[in-house]
Design a protein around this ligand. Structure first.
Ligand code: PEP
Ligand code: MG
Length: 942
């Protein structure tokens, strides 16, 4: 019979850390900790497979599963010596969800389950602590009311009805803290809570512990498909089919008095990666108090003073966990009357800074190998290192000028400046219209997730380093200042008051997430440390620790990757940036971009407007030296690295003005009649320009254009050669669908090369190849490879033509397509492996069969996307080419593709490419936006 429930505790466990698919992350690690003898309260995990059964069974637990749970409950009773619902020695449990991937704050928890009027009396008799028991009871009724009975407010700005009752009570009593409420007050709160429940739902609060348990479990499974969980899963690519497991565990109490407490900690600093024990705790409190930010917790080091013995044990466990899991762990613990219990451990979320530092440090500590270090850093995380920092002088001036408003916790490093908004709906709406916003909240909750994603930075008045705002911001790579208690935020009035100053919605504020400073007004940002070393060259690398760690990771990546990384660049400065980032060549130089440079658009337009071959040649003669100069600059920067130069590609009308005013100006400049210009522009009009007179078709109809470009390339190559610079240009013909198109252009290019070599008296190597960017090109790749020395996959056009989706017009519907999951991702951003990818695979096979040494690359925007890079590795391309700033990401992605494809021993477990392909790739925020903008309309890049 299939097993659905797994027991853990008392030094043994039926599960282990490798069973996350079944037990969820929380359940698997509870089992592991119990298995290695750490103090874990006993309990059982109901498998994530039950989640699907629950939905199939009309959102009820199937009988067979209930039966198995009953058996485990019996075992738990025997293990603890307590009985569920007993009038003397009652067993109380927690019920928590736990999916395979961690979803911080997304899922629900119910504590103290099993309490009712009868067990409350028993517990008071047993503990002699009525205050503790009623405090536990009111928490239980509150959580149950929120999670199971649906009393949680729907509106983001509304207060939880139970919190409102507590506030009323405190107001009546004239007290400030929850700790000031006596047993009788808490007992009365329970009655008021129950009355509120009756009023809202029409039902009495369930007294029967078994009904409570089934209700709680069904609510936890049911929450898997609530709106916020769905939104979160979408954002992090977590498949719905995974489901959540449910953990039922003996309650231990952090609110049993001043010798009890609860806390959360990271085995290293999650923000900086420093090897320091980092956490917070509260005495006489239950778990939710620390995370929810209701009371401000104490730093973990302070526990040494509160309870030396427990602190020492925690330190021991910290080391045991790091040695055992060989990673930085995030833990939750409870101290019950001086005894320590571990409630959770999981691999800790961390900033990109921390991820890189921890990975590098753990290699030197011999905890992990270089390969494992690489496998632990998501390529997109590197984006965080490339993010801006404040212009220091401007920031200093702002502070000197009295604009420092407050200081909070430095929860998410980096610099952000933007306009204040007070809720997530506004954050999304403002960001959508192009505003930079700082989401400013008293504290955040999972409902704020979309707004947090849309914001540049997040500012909260309450909560610690492990509050929701801090955790989620770090995970998203957002700048975050949390727990800034001096801020007084009025949601109703949309104002923020601090130090007698009032800031309103729309006012500018700047956050330094590295120091925790909140500064009034806008402060310009400047490049990160890595950029200052590599690009601006304003910082000495020896004085740049973040850069040095980054460089180490890059070195390791280069050691293991087999895919070469090139760049798409058409200006010497772009090429220089890319080389600084580690590019090994140029994979695509779009020559048409050069025509927009200084002094070139004029002769270009003259060429297009020419009526005769003679006129066209005259104009081209003006362009020749200008293009030659561009290529010479690129060859110089690339210093012998391969350079692929593509002949003109876009439709000619893109070079002409379309407004009457500009057309008149052009006519005047050229000494032509305005009508002539207008007619010429009109004659170039096409219904489908992307499928029209572009690509190699231009060079075939106007061979003199290709000839001029080839001449410019080869003359620049000859000049470079004479200067002692190695060159080996690769001339690439775009949009080839028929081998004869390529034959036509190839002859022209080769003829020109021979002529230039003769004229210049030098020889140089060169190659002629093509882009594969229309399906016919891929299908007939064997024929094309008889002529082409290399293929470069133009996946922007190949996606457009394979899907029959216009690059220019996809924006209107593609986002909805992705929302409806017709395509899992925007296929212009992440390669459509099943469609476009299959054509590529076919072209690789056919091409290599026809020409064994065929060099293969990709130069569409997908060349900078980690998942697409992995696919390129898998189908055996030689290189990927991407924009300069994505080169480091591509280097790491290529290394990970090689390692995960090996299949190498990673973390003691073989990981195959197949596994990697299915793994959720976390999306990082800002860079994604940038990529979207690039990918949304790649055609417009022209
Ligand atoms: C492509 O189509 O993928 C490509 C690189 O060319 P362009 O974007 O210039 O059409
Ligand atoms: Mg193209």
């Amino acid at each position: 019979m299939k097993k659905y429930v797994y027991f853990f505790g008392a030094g043994a466990a039926e599960g282990n850390k490798d069973m996350k698919d079944i037990l969820g992350g929380k359940g698997a690690n509870l089992a592991e900790m119990a298995g290695i003898g750490l103090p874990v309260p006993p309990g059982f995990t109901v498998s994530a497979e039950v989640c699907a059964l629950f939905y199939k069974n009309k959102e009820r637990l199937p009988e067979a599963v209930r039966h198995e749970i009953e058996k485990s409950l019996g075992r738990l009773e025997r293990a603890t010596g307590q009985v569920f619902g007993d009038a003397k020695n009652p067993l109380l449990v927690s019920v928590r969800s736990g999916a395979r991937a961690s979803m911080p704050g997304m899922m629900d928890t119910i504590l103290n389950l099993g309490l009712n009027e009868k067990t409350v009396a028993a517990l008071i008799a047993k503990t002699g602590n009525a205050r503790f028991v009623y405090d536990s009871y009111r928490r239980f009724v509150q959580m149950y009311g929120d999670v199971v009975l649906g009393l949680k407010p729907a509106n983001k700005d509304d207060i939880d009805p139970f919190e409102a009752i507590i506030e009323d009570k405190k107001h009546e009593l004239g007290v400030k803290s929850d700790l000031d409420l006596a047993a009788g007050d808490l007992k009365e709160l329970v009655s008021r809570f129950k009355a509120a429940i009756k009023e809202k739902t029409g039902y009495n609060f369930p007294e029967d512990p078994r009904r409570q348990l089934w209700g709680a479990m069904e609510a936890v499974f049911g929450a898997w498909k609530n709106d916020r969980a769905i939104a979160y899963r979408k954002m992090y690519d977590i498949p719905e089919s995974w489901g959540t497991a449910v953990n039922v565990q003996l309650m231990v109490f952090g609110n049993m008095g001043n010798d009890s407490g609860t806390g959360v900690a990271f085995t290293r600093d999650a923000a900086t990666g420093e090897k320091t024990f980092y956490g917070e705790y509260l005495m006489n409190a239950q778990g939710e108090d620390v995370v929810a930010g209701i009371r401000t917790p104490l730093p973990i080091a302070h526990l040494k003073k509160d309870n030396k013995k427990v602190y020492a044990e925690l330190e021991r466990i910290r080391h045991t966990l790091e040695e055992h899991f060989r990673d930085m762990m995030d833990i939750e613990f409870t101290i019950q009357q001086g005894k320590l219990y571990m409630l959770q451990c999981r691999v800790g979320k961390r900033t990109a800074f921390a991820a890189i530092k921890i990975a590098v440090d753990m290699v030197s500590e011999k905890l992990i190998s270089e390969k494992e270090a690489l496998a632990r850093i998501e390529p997109d995380q590197l984006n965080q290192l490339l993010r801006p920092v404040f212009d220091q002088a401007e920031k200093d001036a702002a502070i000197k000028g009295g604009r420092l408003l407050a200081k909070g916790l430095n929860a998410g490093p980096g610099a952000a400046t933007g306009r204040i908004v007070f809720n997530s709906v506004d954050a999304e709406a403002w960001a959508e219209r192009g505003e930079k916003v700082i989401l400013t909240r008293i504290e955040t909750s999972p409902e704020d997730i979309r707004g947090m994603n849309a914001a540049e930075g997040i500012l909260t008045a309450r909560g610690g380093m492990t509050s929701h705002a801090a955790l989620v911001a770090r995970q998203m790579g957002r700048v975050c200042v949390a727990g800034c208690s001096e801020l007084v935020i009025d949601y109703g009035q949309h104002v923020l008051t601090v130090k007698n100053r009032t800031l309103r919605q729309g006012d500018w504020v700047s956050l330094d997430g590295t120091t925790g400073q909140v500064i009034e007004g806008k402060i310009n940002t400047k490049p990160s440390e890595v950029l200052q070393v590599l690009i601006e060259k304003t910082l000495d690398r020896a004085k740049a620790p973040v850069y040095l760690t980054f460089a180490k990771i890059m070195d390791w990546a280069d050691k293991f990757r087999t895919l070469k990384i090139r760049t798409n660049a058409d200006q010497p400065d772009q090429a220089a940036n890319a080389v600084a980032f580690g590019a090994e060549g140029i994979g695509l130089c779009r020559t048409e971009h050069m025509f927009f440079g200084q002094g070139k658009i004029g002769p270009m337009r003259e060429m297009i407007l020419a009526d005769t071959l003679e006129q066209r040649k005259t104009a081209l003669a003006k362009l020749l030296p200008l293009q030659r100069q561009d290529f010479a600059g690129i060859f110089e920067v690339m210093a012998g690295r391969p350079v692929t130069i593509r002949t003109i590609d876009p439709p000619l009308h893109e070079f002409l003005p379309h407004e009457e005013k500009e057309q008149r100006e052009l006519a005047a400049e050229m000494g032509l009649a305005y009508e002539n210009v207008r007619e010429r522009v009109e004659s170039l009009h096409e219904f489908n320009p992307m499928l029209g007179f572009r690509g190699c078709r231009l060079g075939i109809i106007y061979p003199e254009i290709t000839e001029m470009q080839a001449r410019a390339i080869f003359e620049a190559a000859a000049a470079a050669k004479k200067k002692g610079i190695e060159v080996e240009p690769e001339v690439m013909i775009p949009l080839v669908g028929h081998v004869k198109e390529l034959v036509d252009q190839e002859r022209l290019v080769r003829r020109t090369a021979e002529a230039v070599m003769k004229e210049q008296g030098v020889t140089f190597k060169y190659h002629v190849g093509t882009m594969i960017e229309v399906p016919r090109g891929a299908i007939t790749a064997d024929e094309i490879a008889t002529v082409a020395e290399f293929f470069s996959f133009g996946t922007n056009d190949l996606t457009q033509t394979t899907l029959g989706v216009s690059r220019d017009d996809a924006g209107r519907f593609l986002r909805s397509y992705v929302e409806k999951e017709i395509y899992a991702k925007d296929p212009f951003e992440v390669l459509d492996r099943d469609g476009v990818g299959q054509l590529m695979r076919m072209a690789v096979e056919k091409g290599r069969r026809a020409r064994p040494g065929l060099k293969l690359g990709i130069c569409g925007e997908h060349g900078g996307d980690p998942s697409s890079i992995q696919f390129c590795h898998l189908i055996g391309l030689n290189y990927a080419s991407c924009s300069p700033f994505r080169v480091p990401i591509a280097r790491l992605a290529a290394a990970r593709a090689a390692l995960l494809n090996a299949p190498a021993k990673l973390g003691g477990k073989a990981v195959s490419a197949r596994v990697e392909a299915k793994r959720p790739v976390k999306k990082s925020g800002a860079p994604k936006k940038a990529r979207r903008a690039e990918a949304k309309n790649p055609a417009r890049k022209r």
